[in-house]
Design a protein around this ligand. Structure first.
Ligand code: ZN
Length: 333
């Protein structure tokens, strides 16, 4: 994904203008308290999530049109099958920024597919073909291993899938691994400029869902959710289009004691799969994405560099995100 700094600045400006008039409303909203329902939420196992991340990393960079990509796609579909999901493979030829045809594959695992009450969980499984933010320019055209940026979200969701098989929640769940998220226009590209070159898999799925008339109450997107010291600020597009769900997720995280990981503060605005899930499929979707308020890119210094490897992964971060997701979905009725 990419960050939208200009949009953020505009939004901050707008937010400060309307802040005064919305104070009263937010006070009224916080006064309304819902009754608490006790639900048995399974315990997230960060060790197993870590193993699923390692397994993806072991394939090497999962860049579309490579053997590693194909092998990892087969592994992910097989894992979802093993964890009892009804698996759909969505194959599509997608056109990249430089007109390369990407042999893409969205992989979907459905739980309780008959239920009309559904929540969608998603992450991208491809890894970026370019380390175009690497401090060493010689690495700019090399692929990244994409361990945090890609594999971490998928690893957490595979562990969620394992838990779903052991104990079914009250609602139906769809886990979607989107392809070709990270093949967006690199910094060094000199050719004609094209819009919408990121998130090609979710753009495709948003237009052609895996089942006709697909709907879900909302979605949760996980992106870069395994980094040591990771922090998940409230991403701006999510807040604007899925504000109720942002509140629900951050409240759940705080209830569980993960407030260090989930500050109730505004992050940046990013172009990520959740944008297309919302715009094309009209499903509000929250992006839980690492935000580094002090960093140059906003994502962390590993982002789109050769540093994005297993060394930066921390089970405490995986646990905070995974347990929060479980808390949210098992509390849906
Ligand atoms: Zn990326």
């Amino acid at each position: 994904m990419k960050s939208n700094y200009i949009c953020v600045m505009l939004m901050l400006l707008l937010t400060s203008v309307v802040a005064c008039s919305s104070n009263k409303k937010s006070v009224e909203e916080t006064e309304k308290k819902k009754p608490t329902v006790t639900v048995n939420v399974p315990s997230f196992n960060a060790d197993s999530a870590y193993q699923y991340i390692q397994a993806q990393a072991d394939f090497g960079p999962r860049v579309p049109n490579t053997a590693a990509h194909k092998a990892c796609g087969d592994y992910l579909a097989a894992q979802l099958e093993l964890f009892g999901a009804k698996v759909y493979n969505q194959y599509a030829d997608l056109v990249a920024y430089d007109n390369t045809i990407l042999k893409a594959r969205n992989i979907i695992g459905a739980y309780n597919p008959e239920s009309r009450r559904r929540v969608l969980l998603c992450a991208h499984w491809d890894s970026r073909p370019y380390a175009d933010y690497d401090p060493d320019e010689r690495n700019h055209r090399k692929p990244i291993l994409g361990v945090n940026d890609g594999a971490s979200g998928v690893g957490v969701l595979l562990e969620v899938a394992r838990q779903l098989q052991k104990q079914a929640p009250a609602i139906g769940i769809d886990i979607i691994f989107f392809d070709a998220e990270d093949y967006g226009t690199p910094r060094f590209h000199k050719g004609p400029y094209k819009e919408h070159t990121w998130c090609l898999g979710s753009q495709y799925w948003g237009r052609v869902p895996h089942v006709a008339n697909y709907n879900a109450r909302y979605g949760i997107l996980l992106d870069m959710v395994g980094g040591k010291g990771g922090t998940f600020y409230q991403e701006q597009f999510s807040k604007r289009t899925a504000g109720k769900e942002v509140k629900k997720i951050w409240d759940a995280a705080h209830r569980l004691g993960f407030k260090e990981f989930f500050p109730k503060k505004e992050g940046t605005e990013v172009t990520d799969d959740h944008v297309y899930v919302y715009e094309y499929a009209q499903i509000p979707c929250v992006d839980i994405i690492n935000y580094d308020p002090d960093g140059y890119t906003g994502f962390g210094d590993f982002w789109h560099t050769q540093k994005d490897n297993m060394d930066i992964i921390d089970k405490a971060t995986l646990n905070a995100v995974g347990q929060t997701v479980l808390e949210v979905i098992y509390n849906e009725q």
